[in-house]
Design a protein around this ligand. Structure first.
Ligand code: NAD
Ligand code: UDX
Length: 480
């Protein structure tokens, strides 16, 4: 029996290994993590992450060929294939802080693999890492242990949160990079045979190590670039009376452009896009390519601009101040169908509104009050270091309340900000919503989920990203 061990039971390690276990009943899969609460949750009825379809997959294999454990060293030692799926956040201190990937967790995992291994192993980079990381990892592994062969593969993960299980069941492609040596090719073949249990052969792409590592950063940069491009267009649409949804549809029908990932929004969030582009920027700078670095940096600058533009729009529309006004924030997760709030645009928008002394009432169906308060207290780039958290200041604490019902959040509010495209926000009883609010009642839709015409008929003043402005907003001062 082939034994797989995955180091890191997070958003990638957990779902990916659960699907491998489901599709390969003859393989034993153990997911290990140093965080005991996370492992306990994986072994309970309340999994540590919310992901549609995940509970079902885990229930089918847990205890049969899928196990979650904190006994990291034992299971690494016993495995034939070790996936490393630890976090690789942006560095917050030292050389490259704010841009470079922090490989501390990866390096300590590699050193531990070298220390505890007693047999040959394939070590798979599942985490997103800077190009050439495999070379450094190879050095750590081969220097620490003589006589044991470690073969490194790069197998970046392309799943998106909220659709992780569907993405894993039917991936556009699986990418495996390895050395162009006989050992490297043999290892590629072994990993390919795992995925071949359910992924058609022509969707399993094999490349050299550096192409696989760089393809992951490139894919995320290209995806994020589309969003920043359409968001840049949304600003121009508002200035000219064009409708960004119509523009997206029109350009998306060109088969060379394609229709996906052209939804204008308050900005992209999530743990990957910003981190991976910053990482790409840093790599370009280190390789003496400042023009290339600046090109990709612009994708993040436009994203920051979009979030700031949204805050300015809210404040300027509401008579240039939201001080003391109640604003209902609908949604806090970075996208629907996940409870993940890493880099969610809601954080920057809420902080912007708090800066203008608004009172926020926040509702998200999957995000807890603790998480929201922690996020609002964090300095930028600090999400991965909870130990360094500063408490929310007493003033801002009084300014924020978190509730478990959209209508409660909205009651007596002066304005609503839609931050996440949860389906339930499309189906609220907007007449009831309107009746319960202060007048004039404003709604600022950061996800283009509401029916603008219907809401205007009810009496709302509606702002929807990239849509023609209603006359009220046109009369307000221009937004920077
Ligand atoms: P995560 O923070 O949810 O999970 C990482 C886990 O690794 C944590 O539970 C942590 O405790 C554990 N860990 C860290 N060091 C460890 C060690 N030495 N031994 C054992 N466990 C250790 O992160 P994630 O979202 O799953 O991302 C993991 C990697 O995958 C990152 O490189 C990320 O960029 C990449 N990725 C993420 C996504 C996504 O949608 N989240 C998608 C594709 C790729
Ligand atoms: C992304 C990549 O899609 C995935 O392939 C990679 O493995 C990890 O990073 P994820 O961040 O989970 O996945 O979600 P994604 O669907 O890409 O959305 C990222 C952000 O962009 C979200 O905030 C989303 O709301 C936003 N978005 C997405 C838009 O604003 N407009 C769009 O058209 C699409």
């Amino acid at each position: 029996m082939v034994k797989i061990c995955c180091i890191g039971a997070g958003y990638v390690g957990g779902p990916t290994m659960a699907v491998i276990a489901l599709k390969c009943p003859e393989i034993e899969v153990v997911v290990v993590d140093i965080a005991a609460p996370r492992i306990n949750a994986w072994n309970s009825d309340h999994l540590p992450i919310y992901e549609p379809g995940l509970d079902d997959v885990v229930k089918q294999c847990r205890g049969k060929n899928l196990f979650f454990s904190t006994d990291v060293e034992k299971h690494v030692a016993e495995a034939d294939i070790v996936f490393v799926s630890v976090n690789t956040p942006t560095k917050t201190q030292g050389l490259g802080a704010g841009k470079a990937a922090d490989l501390t967790y990866w390096e300590s995992a590699a050193r531990m693999i070298a220390d505890v291994s007693k047999s040959d192993k394939i070590v798979v980079e599942k985490s997103t890492v800077p190009v050439k990381t495999a070379e450094a990892i190879e050095r750590i592994l081969t220097h620490n242990r003589k006589g044991i062969n470690f073969t490194i593969l790069s197998n970046p993960e392309f799943l998106a949160e909220g659709t992780a299980i569907a993405d894993l069941f039917k991936p556009d492609r699986v990418l495996i990079g390895g050395r162009e040596t006989p050992e490297g090719q043999k290892a590629i073949h072994s990993l390919k045979s795992v995925y071949a249990h359910w992924v058609p052969e022509d969707r399993i792409l094999c490349t050299n190590l550096w192409s696989a590592e760089l393809s992951k950063l490139a894919a995320n940069a290209f995806l994020a670039q589309r969003i920043s491009s359409v968001n840049a267009m949304s600003a121009l649409c508002e200035a000219t009376g064009a409708d960004v949804s119509q523009v997206s549809h029109s350009i998306g029908t060109d088969s060379r452009i394609g229709p996906k990932f052209l939804n204008a929004s308050v900005g992209f969030g999530g743990s990957c896009f910003q981190k991976d582009i910053l990482n790409l920027v840093y790599i370009c700078e280190c390789n003496g390519l400042p023009e290339v670095a600046n090109y990709w940096k612009q994708v993040i600058k436009v994203n920051d601009y979009q979030k700031m533009r949204f805050v300015n729009r809210v404040v300027s529309s509401m008579f240039n101040t939201v001080s003391g006004k109640k604003i209902a924030v609908l949604g806090f997760a970075f996208k629907k169908d996940t409870g993940d709030t890493r880099e969610t645009p809601a954080i920057d928008v809420c902080k912007g509104l708090l800066g203008d002394k608004a009172k926020l009432s926040i509702y998200d169906p999957q995000v807890t009050e603790d998480q929201i308060m922690r996020d609002l207290a964090m300095k930028k780039f600090d999400w991965d270091h909870p130990a360094h958290l500063q408490p929310l200041s007493p003033t801002s604490n009084k300014q924020v309340s978190v509730v478990w019902d959209a209508y409660e959040a909205i009651k007596d509010a002066h304005g609503i900000c839609v931050m996440t495209e949860w389906d339930e926000f499309k189906n609220l009883d907007y007449q009831k919503v309107y009746d319960s609010m202060q007048k004039p009642a404003f709604i600022f839709d950061g996800r283009n989920v509401v029916d603008v015409n219907k809401l205007r008929e009810i009496g709302f003043i509606v702002y929807s990203i990239g849509k023609p402005l209603d006359s009220w907003l046109k009369d307000m001062p221009a937004v920077a």
